[in-house]
Design a protein around this ligand. Structure first.
Ligand SMILES: *[C@@H]1O[C@H](CO)[C@@H](O)[C@H](O)[C@H]1NC(C)=O
Length: 138
């Protein structure tokens, strides 16, 4: 049986394939792109809307909250897109099912919080998922 000189022995080939795969994985992890984006962009708007809807759905508060100020929006792109949002939210006069004329509460019921959200996003499919949420009284 003739062994062709250009044939790579199988174990060596397996090692090479593994090395290439590992290198690719490592490079994928380090290629992260982070960008600050405007709250006026369509995708930002729908992400903010999703976040506040989810917040109100999960909240035990009798009233809905509303985003009054967007402090920061970062997008992070790795093998997927993630939004990192910092927003100021106020308790409104609207109870859960109300959506009209929701103005900030005044007096005793006044409440303002600052929240950080990380959101997995595929805006082109209108798919979002909250990965983390952190709020404090601000
Ligand atoms: C939000 O994240 C920033 C850092 O990006 C941090 O300084 C701040 O304390 C966080 N706020 C909350 C409410 O978790």
């Amino acid at each position: 049986k003739m062994v062709r000189p250009w044939q790579t022995p199988r174990p060596l080939l397996a090692i090479l394939v593994t090395l290439v795969a590992l290198t690719y994985q490592a490079r994928k992890k380090t290629s992260i792109s982070i960008r600050e984006v405007s709250a006026e962009e369509t995708d930002s708007k729908s992400t903010l809307q999703f976040v506040v809807d989810e917040y109100n759905k999960e909240s035990n508060d009798e009233y809905n909250f509303r985003i009054l100020r967007v402090l920061k929006i970062l997008t992070q792109i790795t093998d997927h897109l993630e939004y990192h949002l910092t927003v100021e939210m106020w308790r409104t006069t609207c109870r859960k099912s109300e959506t009209m004329n929701c103005v900030p509460q005044e007096g005793e019921l006044h409440k303002q919080i600052t929240c950080n959200f990380s959101v997995f996003a595929a805006p082109w499919f209108e798919k979002y998922k909250i990965r983390s949420k952190n709020c404090n009284n601000g």
